[in-house]
Design a protein around this ligand. Structure first.
Ligand code: F6R
Length: 615
């Protein structure tokens, strides 16, 4: 939620900020703004409601003064609607100071009252302007020392925040701080950057520093200093970004989502790479950490949204291979219900961004209760892995489209690897050769689904552009894929969609079936379980008898579905735990094609932002 970028250096900052914001726009896109300080020490600012393009057009008409120090923001509204006034930056100290913010300042009402009593007036409804006004007052009270004033402000704020600020009396200086909200530093030659994530500055540098919780950073063209909130210097952790600017470009695709769906074979292959030794799965990052998996009697996987659906697949795989009970908990539910956890519990969190506030808080909560914590994450330097005892990175590369696709596949892959790794460590998997062969065959099979079903599924979506509701059914590991298929469709095509466990149908949802109701059914291979397969075929007959339009996703050669299906989407043969990675692909393509047929923005669906850094 909200993208933040800061720059100090020799170059004019406006274009650098706008390019950074374009890469961060997935984090929020209801308004955007930039502020720069020019060589004369004059602060210029422009902010506009709407997507970044609106701000760009306005700056094209009349540019800000050339300035080498700047901050920029793209917003996902929390306090106050998406208007010009509520957009960031917010100004204070007679418009000589600019501040941007990501997060929620929980005590803003009390601070606002205090400032109002002090004679301050506000132009917006945001919590951010309160922080700006507070900084203005602290600045004056501290004799114009921006760093000291900034420290005074962050120590008074409650909640979650990343803040960046600059003052026209201090060209060449941007100060920032973070608490439970992301901020990374980009190190250039004679220039430095700040960003919500590395995408903000990836075209300028791949050298970065991760800032810890409750830390303050000051950047000038030649120096970076990091302290805690008390002003004590701390070491920031350096890391190199493993992908380059081209990886975060659309590269000729119609949308980032289309590109990312097509990148799934690579995302899965990269997540597996280096983690197979002979016939076994050995995750190098977990070597020497066997204690995480021995002496526990329970695993809880916690995540939100799509990541939580990957967790449901992980539950089946880990229980099968590591022979340990696994529960999946939505992070926001887990944390507020006094769960029974302790040092015999391993809490695995899953997050593409590594910044989802609900998941982060669940990890912190689990650590406080003495549980062991491991995260599965796609973003280097993110907060969730830093707060966990161990991390298994997915190597899906940057995911820009709001709807998660390749990260989902990489998350399932990481969970399969984790299940086999854990099974080996716990002695419940002696021979993983068949599963290892299944894993290594996955990228090619996903590529096959992409090439063989793209046209068919796109055509199907075109025919269904006026559909008002779509249902998805699955059993076993097909159930989470049904949930994911429904989520993809809801979020980008705004069609009512629901996923059900097929066995649940007769307990209520079958009442929704009326003539013409489209229902996707994920049919498991009969080779895995003839019983489960036959139950799903029976479910198909039940809905068909009530007039449903049945679209089945079934493995090549499964003829049992043919008499009852209106459409058959074929996937290659795969082991039971590996099928979800194939079955999800046509559902992703379907959602994308249907949204496109409706003329919607596939990458930036309404009301959403990619990284949910507020609770
Ligand atoms: C849906 C989607 C979201 C995220 C969820 C968690 O397509 O992208 O449901 O999966 O917000 O995000 P991360 O994985 O960043 O924690």
């Amino acid at each position: 939620m909200c993208g933040i970028v800061g720059y100090v250096g020799p170059r004019p900052s406006q274009d650098i900020l706008l390019a950074g914001l374009a890469r961060l726009e997935y984090r929020g896109y209801d308004s955007a703004g930039v502020a720069v300080i020019d060589g004369e020490g004059t602060l210029g600012m422009r902010k506009k409601a709407g997507k970044l393009a609106v701000l760009r057009d306005s700056l094209a008409d009349s540019s800000l003064p050339d300035g080498n120090t700047g901050i920029g923001h793209t917003r996902w509204a929390t306090h106050g609607g998406p208007t010009d006034e509520n957009a960031h930056p917010h100004l204070a100290d007679d418009d000589r100071l600019a501040l941007i913010h990501n997060g929620i300042i929980e005590n803003f009402a009390a601070l606002r009252d205090e400032l109002l009593a002090d004679g301050v007036s506000f132009r917006s409804e945001t919590d951010t302007e309160v922080a700006a006004a507070l900084l203005g007052r602290e600045y004056r009270n501290n004799g114009g020392d921006l760093q000291l004033a900034f420290r005074g402000v962050v120590n008074r704020l409650e909640g979650a925040f990343t803040l960046l600020a600059m003052h026209q009396d201090h060209p060449g200086l941007v100060v920032g701080a973070r608490r439970n909200s992301p901020l990374v530093i980009g190190l250039g030659e004679g220039e430095n950057f700040l960003g919500s994530d590395v995408a903000a500055f990836i075209e300028h540098t791949r050298k970065a520093l991760a800032i810890g919780q409750d830390q303050i950073v000051s950047i000038t063209p030649d120096a970076v200093t990091v302290t805690d909130f008390a002003g004590t210097p701390v070491e920031a952790e350096p890391f190199d970004v493993s992908w380059d600017a081209a990886a975060a470009e659309k590269g000729g695709w119609s949308s980032f989502m289309a590109k990312e769906v097509s990148e799934q074979p690579e995302a899965v292959a990269n997540t597996i790479r280096g983690r197979i030794q002979g016939d076994q799965v050995v995750i190098p990052e977990l070597e020497g950490l066997d204690d995480l998996f021995i002496g526990i009697n329970r695993i809880i996987i916690t995540a939100c949204g799509t990541a939580a659906y990957s967790a449901l697949v992980g539950k089946y795989a880990i229980e099968q291979w590591a022979r340990i009970p696994v529960d999946v908990e939505l992070a926001h539910e887990f944390r507020y219900r006094d769960p029974v956890i302790g040092d015999d519990t391993l809490v695995v969190s899953i997050s593409q961004s590594g910044e989802t506030m609900d998941t982060l808080m669940a990890v912190k909560y689990a650590s406080e209760r003495g549980a062991r914590t491991l995260s599965i994450c796609n973003t280097q330097g993110a907060t969730i892995p830093r707060e966990s005892d161990a991390v298994v990175y997915t190597h899906a590369g940057p995911e820009v489209a709001v709807a998660s696709t390749k990260a989902f596949s990489a998350q399932i892959t990481a969970l399969l690897l984790l299940g086999l790794h854990m099974g080996r460590v716990r002695g419940s998997v002696e021979d993983a050769s068949v599963d290892v062969a299944e894993l290594t065959a996955l990228p090619e099979k996903i590529a096959k689904v992409l090439s063989s079903e793209q046209e068919h599924v796109t055509q199907l979506a075109g025919w269904m552009a006026d559909t008002r509701s779509v249902l998805f059914l699955g059993r076993h590991v097909g159930f989470p894929i049904a949930l994911e298929g429904a989520l993809k469709l809801k979020e980008i095509s705004y069609i009512h969609a629901e996923g059900f466990a097929a066995g649940e149908l007769k307990h209520g949802p079958i009442a929704l079936i009326e003539p013409g109701q489209p229902v996707f059914v994920l049919v498991p291979s009969p080779r895995h379980s003839a019983v489960v397969h036959s139950k799903v075929v029976s479910n198909i007959q039940e809905i068909r008898a009530r007039g449903a339009r049945v679209i089945v996703v079934a493995e090549e050669g499964d003829a049992a579905v043919l008499p009852f299906a209106d459409e058959v989407i074929r996937i290659p043969l795969a082991g039971a735990m590996f099928e979800p990675l194939l079955a999800v692909v046509p559902l992703q393509i379907f959602a994308m094609a249907l949204a496109t047929a409706k003329g919607l923005d596939v990458d930036q669906p309404r009301n959403l932002a990619k990284s949910v850094t507020v609770e």
